[in-house]
Design a protein around this ligand. Structure first.
Ligand code: OAD
Length: 253
């Protein structure tokens, strides 16, 4: 919960966002690891992100997987365990609560967990894939597998080939179907408010989508306790944790 002083400090900006959201028909959300942080799923960068003194940004690559598939799978298996035991937090729930008969909420998430869906959000595009799906390296077929822990690491397909998590690794292309959904959304929707929450916006496409929404008239809002590369370009910065800020917004809507 924010302190009274913090609450007062964000009040005018918060009021602007609440007013815009009240009238909004289309809300775009760009969510990142910070949104799941309050569900105890560690972020990639910053505090708590490292695992066994290894940098996640170096594990989430195809070359790391080629070098040591078991090690990379141990890390994903660990994260699958955390996610399976996690519950949606107030940020996920507040975003689901933003949906209303006259207000559509479209979430583009970089998170490979399913906490937005478990909170009740209905339109979620997983631009970096899903940790619950595995892809066969031989034929590219994808399977859902929610077993935690996986019975053997690295997992293999019935055909004998290695399976990889169906996630986008650093340097890989985004899934074409998810990009098409995002493109359709931009073509079909007049976005009133774009909320960029809990992401460093390291990847250029996140910044591009945020700025595209702003250029077409949306109020661009960032919710994050820290500054990011996007901060100089946003209309409103709400500095703090997503759960407390989104909870406050929902209370005032
Ligand atoms: P990062 O881990 O890079 O950044 C997390 C962001 O969340 C930071 O800006 C934090 O300040 C913010 N944050 C932390 N706690 C928060 C809270 N309670 N409320 C709001 N914000 C909070 O995560 P992303 O920018 O999402 O991609 O980048 C993650 C991507 O990097 C992953 O999808 C993965 C990785 O490379 C690929 O593998 C392609």
């Amino acid at each position: 919960m924010p302190s009274e002083a913090q609450r007062r400090a964000v009040a005018p900006e918060l009021a602007t966002v609440v007013q815009k959201l009240r009238d909004a028909k289309n809300v775009l959300v760009l969510s990142g690891a910070g949104v799941s942080a309050e569900s105890n799923v560690p972020t990639f960068r910053g505090e708590g992100g490292w695992w066994r003194s290894l940098n996640p940004a170096e594990l989430a690559t195809y070359s790391a997987f080629q070098r040591d598939p078991r090690l990379v799978w141990e890390w994903y298996d660990y994260r699958r365990g955390l996610i399976a035991n996690a519950s949606p937090n107030p940020a996920h729930r507040a975003l689901a609560g933003l949906e209303a008969p006259a207000r559509e909420v479209f979430i583009i998430t970089q998170n490979v967990d399913d906490l937005h869906e478990r909170a009740g959000s209905r339109r979620v595009v997983h631009i970096h894939g899903s940790i619950w799906r595995l892809t066969c390296l031989a034929d590219g077929k994808t399977y859902e597998d929610r077993r935690v822990p996986l019975p053997g690491l690295p997992p293999t397909c019935a055909c004998g080939a290695l399976l990889r998590p169906d996630v986008v690794w650093i340097g890989e292309s985004l899934p074409a179907a998810s990009c098409a959904q995002v493109d359709d959304y931009f073509h079909e929707s007049w976005i009133d408010v774009a909320l960029v929450i809990g992401t460093e916006a390291t990847f250029s496409y996140i910044g591009d989508w945020a700025l595209r929404a702003k250029r077409s008239g949306a109020l661009l809002v960032e919710i994050n306790p820290n500054p990011t590369v996007l901060t100089p370009y946003v209309d409103v910065k709400l500095q703090g944790k997503a759960g407390a800020i989104l909870g406050e917004i929902n209370k005032r809507l």
